[in-house]
Design a protein around this ligand. Structure first.
Ligand SMILES: Cc1ncc(COP(=O)(O)O)c(C=O)c1O
Length: 371
């Protein structure tokens, strides 16, 4: 890409940033009637949610039900004169990489749209593929995910948003310019979408990621991608053999995979929520299940990345196997977990009941203190 901003404070914010750029680009060309964006159901939910927040109607494509691969024929049917662009995660959140992505960007461009690439999770593709050569006009990376800055406990986050020359003038202001050998902040950017975050974004995250990239070098970054792929293939082969576990779509996975405990749930009544509480009793952290809504029943999405050793992965798989044995022999033990944790079982019922949500202190007072 030709120009970057580090202002957005997270991946979804970076995605929203790109939706604003897309909207402004089309408005400037007198094509504000383009009000539809296309995404895939297994792209990250922000690829649908943030264009919707920017005012777009979202067209969501489903994969080929046999293979799980994104469906190019469905894309051809979805594009039209109202297409503003696409927001695509690749590899998708279920771990499948769309090898025909350049055909997809070609179809969107032909319809007059722009292509935004969600590379938040770039472990599989770092130093391997290039967004621009795949036809993308915009992208974002999550520095707090792929580039070593911590993702957990709210980061803080930072998205590196890159655009091609054609879209550079729309980047949030200010941008850093070099003039007469001196770096300056340039605020004089009449076409900019404005500010998306106070000051310059979350600068410490950027510095940490920069230091990491320089320490790794180009070869090291590619090696990290390769190791994350190997780690995942190894983990996947072991996990697939555990009783009650299945991989929903057969297509090849790269650095992560969404699996299912549907069979275990059917056999024993034990689902992913129970298993995820029980694993902490063996000293491993509970893991990512899936975004909502759950399209894959009882889902879970392990992602070993490049950081875990073979011994770590073996231990993790052994824990999952042990919990599976427990689910089949003594389901109550798993249902009532955790048993060794300082925080006991938390009920989740409130999560699906908007009447019980209180997003602010004022909302809490209004709802709870009146009772
Ligand atoms: C593929 C993908 N896109 C977008 C995001 C959203 O990033 P954030 O949580 O920083 O908003 C994530 C989150 O991890 C992600 O994995």
């Amino acid at each position: 890409m030709d120009a970057f901003t580090f202002q957005p404070p997270g991946g979804s914010a970076g995605c929203y940033n790109n939706a604003l750029i897309m909207r402004k680009y089309h408005a400037d060309r007198g094509e504000a009637h383009r009000d539809e964006v296309i995404t895939t159901i297994f792209s990250h939910p922000c690829d649908a949610a943030t264009p919707a927040t920017a005012g777009y109607k979202v067209v969501t494509l489903y994969p080929d039900p046999e293979t799980g691969l994104p469906d190019t024929e469905a894309l051809k049917e979805a594009v039209g004169p109202r297409t503003a662009g696409c927001f695509i995660t690749n590899p998708e959140d279920i771990g499948i990489f769309n090898k025909h992505i350049d055909e997809w960007t070609g179809i969107i461009h032909e319809a007059g749209g722009l292509c935004s690439y969600d590379q938040a999770n770039a472990n599989a593709i770092m130093g391997v593929t290039r967004a621009r050569e795949a036809g993308f006009d915009m992208l974002f990376f999550n520095l707090h995910k792929t580039f070593s800055s911590p993702h957990g406990s709210s980061g803080p986050g930072s998205a590196a948003v890159g655009v091609t020359k054609m879209l550079e003038e729309y980047l949030p202001s200010p941008v850093i310019m070099k003039k007469d050998g001196i770096y300056r902040l340039d605020y004089d950017r009449p076409k900019s979408i404005g500010k998306v975050r106070d000051f310059m974004g979350n600068l410490p995250v950027v510095v940490r990621s920069y230091a990491w990239c320089m320490a790794m070098g180009a070869k090291g970054l590619r090696e990290a991608a390769e190791v994350s792929m190997i780690n995942n293939q190894y983990l996947l082969e072991k996990v697939k053999k555990i009783r009650g576990v299945s991989l929903t779509y057969p297509a090849h996975r790269v650095d992560q995979a969404r699996l299912s405990l549907e069979q275990m749930k059917r056999d024993t009544g034990i689902g992913i929520g129970d298993v995820n509480r029980r694993v902490v009793d063996y000293g491993v952290q509970s893991f990512f299940t899936s975004h909502h809504p759950w399209l894959i029943p009882e889902p879970f999405t392990p992602e070993p990345c490049e950081t875990y050793s073979k011994a770590d992965i073996d231990y993790w798989c052994a824990v999952l196997e042990k919990v599976s044995e427990e689910a089949y022999s003594d389901p109550e033990l798993v249902k009532s977990a955790p048993h060794n944790s300082c925080i006991h079982k938390i009920t989740w019922d409130g999560f699906n009941d908007p009447d019980r949500w209180a997003m602010s202190w004022r909302a809490y007072k209004k709802k709870e203190m009146k009772k």
